[in-house]
Write a protein that binds this ligand. Structure first.
Ligand SMILES: Nc1ncnc2c1ncn2[C@@H]1O[C@H](COP(=O)(O)OP(=O)(O)OP(=O)(O)O)[C@@H](O)[C@H]1O
Length: 310
C-alpha cells in the first residue's frame, strides 16, 4: 500500500518574543522531530495530552504552520514550504474540534457547504443546490437542512455539516482535529461511526487527532502516541492496546473511561498497576533535559530505525 502522507523529521518551533525590541528570546518546540507515514485509505490516530503538539502537526500538513525543519510528502510530492499547490489545498481538508465555532453562524448550511465548491469551480445555483443536497445525504442530514442555520442543529449534526463541507471537494486526506471532543459522550460514538463509514465509502485517508486513546481504537489502523512534541510510541491499533511499550501509552490506556476499558481488553491487567508503575519509572523515559525519549517503534508504518529504549 502506498503512503499518501509521509512526514519526515518534522519540527515546528514557535518563537517566544520579548524585551524592548521584541526580539526572539526562545522557542516552544511544539513539534520536535516527528516522522510518520499514513498508507492510502487508512486512518492514523495521533494521540496525546493537551499541548503535546498534535494540532501543530495537523496544521503543518495543511500548510497553516511555518515548518522549522523536516519534510512533508503528499502522494509522493513535497508539500512543505513553497511546494504547496492549489491542488494540495483541495485534496487536504481539515475538520475542527468545535463544530459550532468552526462554522459561520450567520451563514446557512447551503452557503457553508457550497463555499469550497464556489471557491474552485464555476457552478450555476441549481448545480450547487444539487451538489449540496448530495453531500447532505452522504452525511445523513435531511434535505430540509439546506437553508437552516448552524444553531438549529445539535452538536453531532453540526459536526456532520463540517464533514459535508470538508468532503465537498473530494479530498484525499482529511485531518480531523479532535472532532468529537466537544460533543456529549452519548453522541460521540454515533459521530465516530459515521466518520468511519464516510472514510470507508469515500476511500479517504485520515489523520485523526485525539487525546483519548479509547476514541481512536476502533477507527484507526495505526496509532502514534505524542508527548512533548515527540512521537514516543507507534504501532498498529492492536499492538498499542495488546502490547503497549511506553509507560506513557500505558498511562493513556489506563485513563480510558472504565466502561470502555472493560471492553478493551480484560486480560491487560494494566489498569490497576499502571499509575504506580508510571510514577515510579517515568523518569527512565526522559532524556537529560527532562524531555520524552524518542519513539519506541513497534510497527512498520515508519521504517526509519529510531533508538529503542534499553
Ligand atoms: N501559535 C502558537 N504560538 C506559540 N506557541 C504555540 C502556538 N500554538 C501552539 N503553541 C504551543 O505549542 C505546543 C503544542 O500545542 P498544540 O496545540 O499543537 O498541542 P495539542 O497536542 O494539539 O494540544 P490541544 O489538544 O490542547 O490542542 C503547546 O505548548 C502550545 O502552547
Amino acid at each position: 500500500m502506498n503512503n499518501l502522507l509521509e512526514i519526515n523529521n518534522l519540527k515546528v518551533y514557535y518563537p517566544i518574543k520579548g524585551g524592548f525590541f521584541n526580539t526572539v528570546k526562545d522557542h516552544v518546540k511544539a513539534v520536535d522531530g516527528v516522522s510518520l507515514n499514513i498508507p492510502q485509505g487508512t486512518t492514523y490516530g495521533l494521540v496525546g495530552e493537551s499541548g503535546s503538539g498534535k494540532t501543530t502537526t495537523g496544521k503543518a500538513v495543511i500548510g497553516l504552520n511555518h515548518i522549522t525543519e523536516g519534510e512533508i510528502l503528499f502522494d509522493g510530492k513535497a508539500i512543505s514550504g513553497s511546494g504547496k499547490s492549489v491542488e494540495n489545498s483541495k485534496e487536504i481538508q481539515m475538520i475542527f474540534q468545535d463544530p459550532y465555532s468552526s462554522l459561520n453562524v450567520r451563514k446557512r448550511v447551503f452557503d457553508i457547504v457550497s463555499e469550497p465548491i464556489r471557491n474552485y469551480h464555476k457552478r450555476t445555483k441549481d448545480e450547487l443546490i444539487a451538489e449540496v443536497l448530495d453531500l447532505l445525504q452522504k452525511v445523513g442530514l435531511p434535505p430540509g437542512s439546506l437553508y437552516k442555520y448552524p444553531h438549529e442543529f445539535s452538536g453531532g449534526q453540526r459536526q456532520r455539516i463540517g464533514v459535508a463541507r470538508a468532503i465537498a471537494l473530494n479530498p484525499k486526506l482529511i485531518i480531523a482535529d479532535e472532532p468529537v471532543s466537544a460533543l456529549d459522550v452519548s453522541v460521540q460514538a454515533q459521530v465516530l461511526n459515521f466518520m468511519q463509514d464516510i472514510q470507508e465509502e469515500l476511500d479517504l485517508t485520515m489523520l485523526f487527532i485525539a487525546h483519548d486513546l479509547g476514541v481512536v481504537r476502533h477507527m484507526c489502523q495505526h496509532i502514534g502516541i505524542m508527548y512533548q512534541g515527540r512521537l514516543v510510541e507507534e504501532g498498529t491499533a492492536e499492538d498499542i492496546f495488546s502490547n503497549p511499550q511506553h509507560l506513557y501509552t500505558k498511562r493513556l490506556i489506563a485513563a480510558i473511561p472504565d466502561t470502555n476499558v472493560d471492553k478493551i481488553d480484560e486480560n491487560l491487567h494494566i489498569r490497576q498497576s499502571v499509575k504506580e508503575e508510571y510514577d515510579q519509572h517515568f523518569h527512565e523515559y526522559l532524556d537529560e533535559d527532562g524531555r520524552a525519549l524518542p519513539l519506541i517503534n513497534i510497527s512498520a508504518t515508519h521504517k526509519a530505525a529510531l533508538p529503542a529504549k534499553g
